[in-house]
Design a protein. Structure first.
Length: 548
């Protein structure tokens, strides 16, 4: 090669061979860079060209996880929206609340549902005929036939919205948590009064076991085979790799194996009719809808894994962060305990204390503010939409058909202009002054009722992204709030939690180097010592009966 080049170089060529190669390379790079940074329409959002032409952004996302795009957004704070060129397409990143609200409103042109069949196929391992069914009648207009996804979404949103069923399921969840906590306390007394554990692992077990029970009854698959709990968390931790979908049986071996074990156990549970005998009403209805649309019970079992997943994973990690922050700060712990004890009814006369879930939500502002602050800090979520037809977002930004729009929750949750200079740190007081103490969740589209932070700044409701927004606003948000507040209340009433050597608890940062498919976990485990409280007569032997 070098010989050939030397022979080819004419006499008058002023550069050495290596300099020539360098110049050629730089020119080629500049050309490719130029090409990658080109707009396909003058109104397209500003383009951020990848450092490595063409594949740079994809590589960045693959290697650095959610942190890659989040950091791009934070570094380019002045851009409310920007374009990331990727091979064959574009990703538009929205980093500003009012544009996020515009994306949510443009639900005809920008929709998540066309992406669902492919995603669920990969994550759940659905068979071809079932995926065909999920592709039918996505996003039906009023009066058009409704497909499986539309039917199941309508039902879940309606049932988990404020009303009688929400109250019933919340009570069932709180009661199962009380049961799990009670069992733990009994074992604690029997084993000398102290339990050393990884806090997240401890919360995982409490939430997993109780969720499986209130959704699927006492003979749910995990109760029948406790090793399935581990299979569940293997499945969760390989979700990103399953989503990538490149030979999952090899690249996501543990997750794949865990999912298949769970799917088989859930299929057995459904085939034996256990859901009809002792499952929750919402599970029975989900299975009925699937069967009505021509699903087999085996496929429905996989769909149930996604529901179990939605019910367990985020609730676990959120409850973990709340407990961690509360126990890491003695003053905060005293405040939260004070609030919970103030709403505890010790006069029920049934040998138990009464605790109302609604009172936790409405009359424990510090507890609720802590919960919301943990969601803000812990969730770097992206709300994703496919551009179904070319459009101008907010009348200004050209979005190309077939591209993907992502609202970057991680960027907004870190925005000092929204949350104040200390946006990177934990401060529950941000959510204290909200007129109702955070009683209302971010309602996505609701643009009225702007909330305040302590510096008296208002923040846009679409700036709080933990539950998504618009059409993909989490249907389980009211329920999750009820259940998490109930769990935290039970734990602070009954237990002391100290750091490893019985000392202070350190709060590690979150691990944002993964795909943010759920509320982020800490970068390292938090070892704690749990013991029963003695003082105030509310420790040992306390029994709580939940009410609404
Ligand atoms: C703190 C806890 C929770 C958080 C932060 C959370 C967050 C979210 C988010 C951001 C989405 C939208 C995902 C997207 O944009 O594609 C979502 C969807 C969903 N969530 Fe939650 N969630 C939580 C708890 C729950 C619970 C406890 C349940 C059920 C019992 C639940 C049920 C669902 C379901 C069924 C969906 C899918 C909705 C659809 O079909 O589009 N979530 N959740
Ligand atoms: C869990 O929460 C994260 C972050 O808020 C979100 O991106 C994700 O979609 C949620 N997943 C489920 C299954 O609810």
């Amino acid at each position: 090669m070098a010989m050939a080049l030397a022979d080819l170089a004419p006499e008058w060529w002023p550069l050495s061979i290596s300099a020539t190669v360098l110049v050629a390379f730089v020119t080629l790079y500049a050309f490719a860079y130029q090409l990658s940074s080109r707009k396909i329409d003058p109104r397209e959002p500003p383009v951020i060209a990848p450092a490595i032409p063409l594949v740079g952004h994809v590589l960045g996302m693959a290697l650095l996880g959610g942190r890659y795009v989040k950091n791009l957004g934070i570094r380019n704070r002045n851009l409310p929206i920007f374009t990331l060129p990727v091979p064959g397409s574009r990703i538009y990143i929205v980093a500003e609340p009012s544009l996020a609200a515009a994306v949510q409103r443009a639900s005809k042109a920008l929709s998540f549902t066309p992406l669902v069949p492919e995603i669920t196929q990969r994550v759940l391992g659905l068979d071809k005929p079932t995926v065909q069914i999920t592709r039918r009648h996505l996003d039906p207009a009023p009066g058009e036939p409704r497909g499986f996804l539309a039917d199941i979404q309508d039902m879940v949103y309606a049932w988990l919205g404020p009303g009688e069923y929400l109250a019933e399921l919340s009570l069932a969840a709180a009661t199962q948590m009380e049961r799990e906590v009670g069992e733990f306390a009994a074992a604690l007394s029997a084993s000398g009064g102290e339990h050393r554990t990884d806090l997240l692992a401890w919360v995982r077990h409490l939430v997993t076991a109780s969720t499986a029970r209130y959704l699927y009854g006492p003979q749910n698959p995990m109760a029948a085979d406790p090793s399935l709990e581990e299979a569940f968390w293997d499945f969760d931790h390989g979700l990103g790799a399953l989503l990538a979908g490149v030979f999952p049986a090899v690249t996501a071996r543990r997750a794949y194996a865990g999912r298949e074990r769970l799917a088989a156990a859930m299929a057995r549970y459904l085939e034996e009719g256990m859901h009809e005998a002792e499952g929750s009403a919402i599970v029975r209805e989900r299975v009925r809808i699937a069967l009505r649309h021509g699903w087999t019970l085996r496929a429905a079992a996989r769909e149930e894994l996604s529901f179990l997943f939605a019910g367990i994973v985020n609730a676990t990690t959120t409850a973990f962060w709340v407990l961690l922050h509360v126990y890491a700060d003695a003053e905060l712990l005293a405040k939260v305990r004070g609030e919970v004890q103030a709403v505890l009814d010790t006069q029920t006369g049934k040998g138990k204390c009464g605790l109302s879930v609604a009172a936790l939500r409405d009359r424990c502002p510090v507890l609720v503010a802590t919960y919301r602050e943990c969601l803000r800090l812990g969730s770097d979520t992206y709300s994703t939409r496919l551009v179904k037809e070319e459009m101008l977002l907010a009348g200004r930004y050209f979005l190309r058909k077939g591209a993907v729009v992502q609202i970057a929750g991680g960027v907004m949750h870190a925005d000092t202009r929204i949350w104040g200079e200390d946006a990177g740190g934990f401060d529950y007081r941000r959510f204290l002054d909200g007129g109702g103490g955070g009683k209302r969740e971010a309602e996505g589209e609701a643009e009225t009722g702007k909330k305040k932070n302590p510096a008296n700044h208002h923040y846009h409701p679409a700036a709080f992204r933990a539950f998504g927004g618009g059409k993909t606003l989490c249907p389980g948000r009211h329920f999750a709030t009820n259940e998490i507040l109930a769990l935290v209340a039970l734990v602070v009433l009954r237990f002391d939690v100290k750091g490893k050597g019985g000392g202070r608890i350190e709060v590690p940062p979150k691990n944002d180097g993964v795909l943010p498919v759920h509320v982020l976990e800490p970068v390292r485990p938090v070892e704690v010592v749990i013991s029963e409280r003695e003082e105030g007569g509310l420790g040992r032997g306390l029994e709580v009966e939940f009410g609404m």
